[in-house]
Design a protein around this ligand. Structure first.
Ligand code: BG6
Length: 480
């Protein structure tokens, strides 16, 4: 079904002068405008503790769209978009009354695009400014910094607005390739029947980034990779990879199944976790600084920029199957993938023909970049002997659909405006995620340094033993 414009409402972005608004939210809102998917009536009100004018905010938005819009900028379209933009200077911390004169609609969505330390005063501020009645709140991750603080934040939110007006965002849920996990698993008999502990030997999930902390040093110092990526993005990937089929695409049906998975994670044993931090190294042929040299990072910091861990689920479908999760910054590639490794066949038939080893069948779901899916199996190499070689069957979004999927934030902003919770995180989901990592937060293992541009500290190689990590194959050299 084609998407429809949402009902009339104002869109308030608190933290509108920050990095998230600049890189993601303003370009996403602009592109929703290009697709005629903004409300017919309503303003986009930026708010932040700066004395900016509307025009200064419009210039900021133009810069954001020019640099980060996936469709570039169209001046006429931007002109229409800019007419919606207003700026409300919040010069007194959590006092949100400066929003009042800009509000034009009965309904509104307030996006809290601010560091976690600002959530609490702003949520209280929404209530104090008398805005709670018709406000829906979108709240960014990380949602709390452990189980207790997540519970407190949930309780505070519920004092101001009910759960059905809260949208906890995890932008991975907005990615097409992540949503496609549901279709891949439940829309294809061949996979649906094999998706269990009888056929699957192990699963590996990697979220690798080439980027550094990219100017977010002070914030990252309080978070680290476990809270930034594992507890949310990776657990969402894990949940969609392992959940039971929901009865429908209804928001609660899907979220119920995800919560069951997160509740089934056996609390992670810190002995099965390796933490790492990037040191000086080389990325794309250029020398880059280590994490401790990044602005705003303590020279003695023990914050992890890399985590590798093993976990297991206590579930009928997956009990006993190890899951290996790995994420890091300043790795050799940007690459998010899920590798499903199937159990091997009996080898004896081939052994008689002199074949000593058969590569395991595996399904590689490439979440990004180069979005697609590869099935690796073995084939007989043409010739008189039984010679077996791994080959690939490949699906790529680019060649099959010839479209670049919309940005995750476009989808999520639109869903929140129409009141669809399906892709947002429910309170019990967040809490189950924190419970799973609680033992690691309580007794974090030591941090090992790794050179930027490598696949993390060598200690991480022990995590998937007796196997090894599947790193993406390097791009073939182009003939000169
Ligand atoms: C954010 C993290 O949630 O996700 C960042 O805070 C990370 O540290 C980013 O860089 C990665 O998002 P994506 O969509 O590029 O994989």
């Amino acid at each position: 079904m084609p998407l429809k414009p949402p009902p009339d409402q104002d869109i308030v972005v608190v933290g509108a002068t920050g990095d998230l608004a600049h890189r993601k939210l303003l370009p996403a809102l602009y592109n929703l405008g290009v697709r005629d998917l903004l409300p017919a009536q309503g303003k986009i009100i930026g708010a932040a503790p700066f004395g900016w004018s509307d025009d200064k905010f419009r210039d900021f938005a133009r810069d954001a769209v020019t640099k980060f819009s996936r469709t570039g900028i169209d001046n006429a379209r931007f002109g229409q978009f800019a007419q919606r933009l207003r700026f409300a200077p919040l010069m007194q911390g959590d006092d949100l009354s400066p929003l009042q004169p800009h509000l034009t609609q009965h309904n509104r969505i307030v996006y809290l695009a601010v560091p976690p330390s600002a959530f609490e005063p702003l949520i209280t501020g929404i209530g104090a400014a008398g805005l709670a009645d018709t406000t829906r709140i979108i709240i960014e991750k990380p949602f709390g910094h452990d189980l207790a603080s997540a519970r407190d934040l949930n309780a505070l939110l519920h004092r101001v607005v009910p759960e059905d007006r809260i949208y906890r965002i995890d932008h991975y849920m907005g990615k097409e390739t992540v949503q496609n996990l549901i279709v891949l698993r439940f829309g294809n008999a061949v996979f649906a029947r094999l998706w269990n502990r009888d056929a699957i030997e192990r699963v590996e999930i990697t979220v690798a980034e080439e980027l550094s902390v990219d100017g977010r040093g002070p914030l990252y110092e309080q978070i680290g990779a476990l809270r930034d990526i594992v507890q949310n993005h990776m657990f969402q990937l894990l949940a969609l990879t392992t959940m039971e089929p929901p009865n429908s695409f209804d928001a609660e049906a899907l979220r119920n199944e995800k919560v069951k998975v997160l509740n089934s994670i056996i609390p992670i044993d810190p002995r099965h976790v390796v933490r790492g931090q990037y040191a000086t190294g080389e990325v794309n042929g250029e020398r880059v600084d280590g994490y401790r040299e990044e602005p705003g990072v303590s020279p003695g910091s023990n914050t992890e920029t890399f985590v590798a861990l093993r976990l297991e689920l206590e579930s009928w479908r997956f009990s006993g199957v190890p899951f290996f999760l790995r994420t890091g910054k300043r790795l050799p590639d940007r690459d998010t993938r899920i590798v499903i490794v199937f159990r091997d066949v009996a080898l004896h038939l081939f052994r008689h023909a002199g074949v000593r080893h058969l590569d395991s069948n595996r399904l590689v779901v490439r979440i990004q970049p180069d979005e697609g899916i590869t099935l690796r199996f073995v084939a007989k190499r043409p010739g008189p002997d039984i010679d077996v070689e791994p080959v690939d069957m490949d699906f790529s979004y680019d060649t099959s659909f010839r479209v670049s999927p919309p940005e995750a934030y476009e989808r999520l902003l639109h869903d929140a405006m129409v009141g669809d919770h399906t892709l947002f995180i429910r309170e019990d989901e967040v809490e189950a995620g924190w419970a799973a990592v609680a033992p690691v937060l309580a007794a974090p293992p030591p941090v090992h340094l790794y050179a930027a541009g490598t696949w993390g500290p060598s200690e991480a190689d022990a995590i998937p033993r007796p196997w090894h990590w599947h790193n993406p194959e390097p791009e073939p050299e182009q003939p000169s």
